[in-house]
Design a binder for this molecule. Structure first.
Ligand SMILES: NC(=O)c1ccc[n+]([C@@H]2O[C@H](COP(=O)([O-])OP(=O)(O)OC[C@H]3O[C@@H](n4cnc5c(N)ncnc54)[C@H](O)[C@@H]3O)[C@@H](O)[C@H]2O)c1
Length: 255
């Protein structure tokens, strides 16, 4: 019997085997969870489908989180197949490449709107759509980064979006606590993924982690997976509205 035996959930945000969401999927699968996966579009489907099938998933669904109809379709498929749901992993973010390259004060109205919509509002939309299926309570997690609280060069509008995301976690947690639905965020240290490749000074960031973080390295996808397991299982039954750092302690360092 694993920690997640009998539990069913949907993971949004696997792009390839380096995705943080894939690290979380592996940790949940090892503990017996049944997992449905979503992919952004056909381009991503080619990578996601074989990965999902390799751990026995048969619900592999298209979902662009900027489209309410695609979010609704995911949960109606899940309802037909499973009838109920225990967890959601939201591991989705997007900002236009130009917004991450040019100085922050040049952020466009449209670029700001898109980053906030895909990276923060989508947590509200997905959680709302999942709620009717969380009949016995549930656990929702999202992924955030320290750039929400500190100004980090080049993170730009994504930092603003992560600040909104973390506030969204708190408001959802307050709203849904009485239904037994918990909502938390993991603030991960830097990991080399497709999304991270949009940040131009990643090598510099890794160098700083090595020299300044208490553990003198960054985290792995599997370490984020293990912490996600805690937040998605009954081990964290008294925890909601939290932003939990999985960053080898970098956030506590002053200099
Ligand atoms: N890699 C890091 O260093 C790091 C650190 C802290 C937090 N995070 C966060 O972790 C999460 C996952 O990112 P990752 O690093 O694993 O990269 P990733 O590129 O593997 O994952 C990002 C995912 O977002 C999806 N996505 C983008 N726009 C979408 C849309 N409109 N609809 C549906 N899906 C969409 C992509 O398809 C992809 O699967 C993000 O929220 C990211 O900000 C990453």
């Amino acid at each position: 019997m694993g920690l997640m035996s009998g539990k069913k959930g949907v993971i949004f945000g696997v792009a390839n085997d380096r995705s943080i969401a894939w690290g979380i999927a592996k940790a949940l699968h090892n503990e017996g969870a049944a997992i449905a996966f979503t992919y952004l579009n056909e381009v991503f489907e080619k990578r996601v489908r074989p990965l999902a099938e390799s751990i026995g998933a048969d619900l592999i669904l298209r979902c662009d989180v900027s489209k309410d109809s695609e979010i609704e379709d995911v949960f109606s498929e899940v309802e037909q197949k499973w009838g109920a749901l225990d967890f959601i992993v939201h591991s989705v973010a997007y900002a236009g490449r130009e917004e991450l390259k040019q100085p922050f004060h040049k952020t466009s109205r449209e670029g700001f709107k898109i980053a906030l919509e895909i990276s923060a509002y989508s947590l509200v939309a997905v959680t709302r759509a999942a709620l009717p299926l969380m009949k016995n309570g549930g656990s929702v997690i999202t992924l955030t980064y320290l750039g929400s609280q500190r100004a980090i060069p080049n993170y730009n509008v994504m930092g603003v979006a992560k600040a909104a995301l973390e506030a969204t976690v708190r408001y959802l947690a307050l709203d849904l606590g009485e239904r037994g639905v918990r909502v938390n965020a993991i603030s991960a240290g830097p990991i080399r993924t497709l999304a991270a490749s949009a940040i131009s000074n990643m090598s510099e960031i890794f160098g700083i982690m090595e020299s300044r973080s208490p553990m003198h390295r960054s985290v792995t996808q599997d370490e984020v997976g293990k912490s996600a397991l805690y937040l998605l299982s009954d081990l964290s039954s008294g925890v909601t509205g939290d932003v939990h750092f999985v960053d080898t302690g970098y956030n506590i360092v002053g200099l």
